[in-house]
Design a protein around this ligand. Structure first.
Ligand code: AMP
Length: 295
C-alpha cells in the first residue's frame, strides 16, 4: 500500500509509532519524475528484510539549483510517480510512504539560514561548474535525515560524487542512517537513466548523448587491458582527455580519480572512477564508470 504525506508532522508521528513497535525502515530521497533508476533504490531497500517499509521523498530542492539552472522547469509527473510507486509497493508486498511536501517550508521553515558543506570534495568535478550545488544537496539531505531518522538511506552511484559527499557528511556529523549506494540503471542503449534525459530530442537520445558512455568505456578498456605502469596509465588517460575535450568542447570535464578517496590515483589505487559531464544540446549529462587498475 502507498500512503501519502504532504506534511512532516503526521509522517513523524506515524514513524514514531512504527519505531515503538520495533520496526526499521529505508529512505529514498528523490526529486521525482521517476524512472527505473529511482525505483530500483526502493525495490532493493524493500528486499532487505530489516526494512519493514520505505519512505520515499519527492522534493525538488531549490537550494541545489544555480540561478540559471532548470529549477522552475524541472520535470514534474506526480500522478505517474504515484502509480509507479503503488505498483512497486504491490510487487514488493511492503508499504511505501510517499513524502511529497506541498511547500518548501516543510523542509526549510521561514528564516532557515544554516547550510552544510563538505569542504574540498564539493568543489571538484560537478562542484566546479555548479558552484553551490553540493552545499544545497548536503543541506537538504541533512535536514531530511534529521527529520525522518531512517535506519538506511539508499542512493544511486549514477551520482557518485553526491553519495560520496553524503557518506562523508554522515560520518563527520555522526548521523545514524547507514548510506547504501546502488548501481546505475541504464537504458538499453547504455545511456544512464536520468530525469533530465526527458530534455533530449529522440535523435540526441539515440545518438550524441551516448558519446559520454562510449568515451568512458573506450578509456576504461584502454586502461584495464594494458600492462602499463601507473605513470603510463596516467599519461594515456591525459592523452585521451586532451583528444576528447578539444578546444571548443561540449565536455565540461573528464576525470580519473581514486574511487575510495576521490583524489588522484596512486600506486595503491585498486579501483579508479572515470567521471564525465557532457552538454548534449542544452542538456547536461553526467556519468561515471569503475576502472579496475590492480586486479
Ligand atoms: P534525483 O531524483 O535525480 O535527485 O535522484 C534521486 C536518487 O536516485 C539519487 O540517489 C540518484 O543517484 C538516484 N538515481 C538517479 N538516476 C539513477 C540511475 N540511473 N540509476 C540508479 N540510481 C539513480
Amino acid at each position: 500500500m502507498i500512503q501519502q504525506f504532504s506534511h512532516i508532522a503526521p509522517l513523524q508521528n506515524y514513524l514514531a509509532e512504527k519505531i515503538n513497535e520495533g520496526q526499521e525502515f529505508s529512505f529514498v530521497p528523490t526529486m521525482g519524475n521517476l524512472h527505473e533508476g529511482h525505483l530500483s533504490l526502493a525495490r532493493e531497500s524493500l528486499k532487505d528484510s530489516r526494512n519493514s517499509f520505505c519512505v520515499f521523498s519527492i522534493f525538488v530542492n531549490p537550494k541545489q539549483f544555480g540561478p540559471k539552472e532548470d529549477f522552475h522547469n524541472y520535470p514534474s509527473t506526480i500522478e505517474e510517480d504515484i502509480v509507479k510507486l503503488s505498483s512497486l509497493s504491490k510487487e514488493m508486498k511492503k508499504d511505501i510512504l510517499l513524502f511529497y511536501p506541498d511547500n518548501q517550508q516543510e523542509i526549510f521553515p521561514e528564516g532557515f539560514a544554516t547550510s552544510i558543506t563538505v569542504d574540498g570534495l564539493s568543489k571538484i568535478l560537478c562542484g566546479k561548474q555548479r558552484k553551490n550545488h553540493f552545499k544545497g544537496v548536503t543541506t537538504v539531505v541533512y535536514r531530511l535525515l534529521i527529520l525522518l531518522k531512517p535506519h538506511r538511506t539508499y542512493m544511486g552511484l549514477k551520482d557518485f560524487q553526491q553519495q560520496f559527499l553524503i557518506k562523508k557528511m554522515v560520518k563527520d556529523l555522526l548521523l545514524s542512517s547507514e548510506i547504501i549506494s546502488l548501481p546505475t540503471i541504464r537504458e538499453k542503449s547504455n545511456l544512464a537513466m536520468s530525469s533530465r534525459n526527458n530534455y533530449l530530442t529522440p535523435q540526441e537520445r539515440e545518438g550524441e548523448a551516448l558519446c559520454l558512455y562510449n568515451t568512458m568505456l573506450r578509456v576504461k578498456h584502454a586502461l584495464e587491458n594494458s600492462s602499463l605502469s601507473l605513470k603510463e596509465k596516467i599519461s594515456l588517460f591525459n592523452d585521451e582527455k586532451e583528444k576528447t575535450l578539444g578546444p571548443h568542447s561540449k565536455w565540461q570535464y573528464l576525470e580519473l580519480l581514486d574511487s575510495e578517496t576521490l583524489k588522484n590515483i596512486t600506486s595503491k589505487t585498486k579501483t579508479a572512477q572515470i567521471f564525465g559531464a557532457y552538454l548534449c544540446g542544452k542538456t547536461r549529462l553526467i556519468d561515471n564508470m569503475t576502472i579496475y587498475l590492480n586486479p
